[in-house]
Design a protein. Sequence first.
Length: 274
Amino acid sequence: MGGKTADRPTRLLAFFGRHLARMRAAHGMTQQALADEVGYSPQTIGMVEQGRRPPSERLAQRTDELFGADGEFMELWEMLREDLTRHGVFADFVAAEAEAREIANYEGHVIPGLLQTEAYTRAIVGSNRPPLAPADVEAKVALAMSRQALLDRADPPVVWTIIDEAALHRQVGGREIMRAQLDRLLDDTGRHMVTIQVLPFDSAVSPAMGRSFHVLTFADDRPDAAYHEAMTGGAYFPDRVEAAVSVFNHMRAEALPETESAALIEARRKELEL
């Protein structure tokens, strides 16, 4: 794989960020002021300007309107999205997830992607075998982080996730990264649109048998969609979701309630301090 081609997403991320910072400064705006105008946190704006997080389509649209940029930010976003989502059917899932009104997700082995810290994501991507080229690692991490922009929207989707307890014990990246990841999970329990449940070790056998999946529900007349993950890729089913919904509802009944789930996450967090 050519180095220049592989590095293109990273360079586009940096260029978008610099362009946004220049336009913001030219209009005499702070990151906080811009964040207030476009409906995102100043931390998100900062990471976009630093090239550490890709912009969302909505951010590109709003900055075009705010700065009178004549479609420049949307054009850059379209180029970036095309490069970042060249990962088979995962591209279709990422695009659909950004438009979903409700997201149901079960993860059997790792923390859900929407709730991962950057360091945790980087450790997972870095474990790929054979190892990925550095530019490919950056592109995958950037894509993963870009998905999380939907949580910072003024109208975020409802996210209901069930995490197998095994994911809390797997020390991805080591103790320090895992502690920070569990801190992030505990913070996310405070988001009013996010529900986190843990499927404990002493529950009945999971009907998903450890296989991660998502169910997406849309506000318009589109049918629900399901995405099932596998080692070598995933399968996206825009209209075959009945089995996934049935399994998720069963697991939701088996999982610990929110408060008990948070207590279990906190207990695991304390164990990592020892």
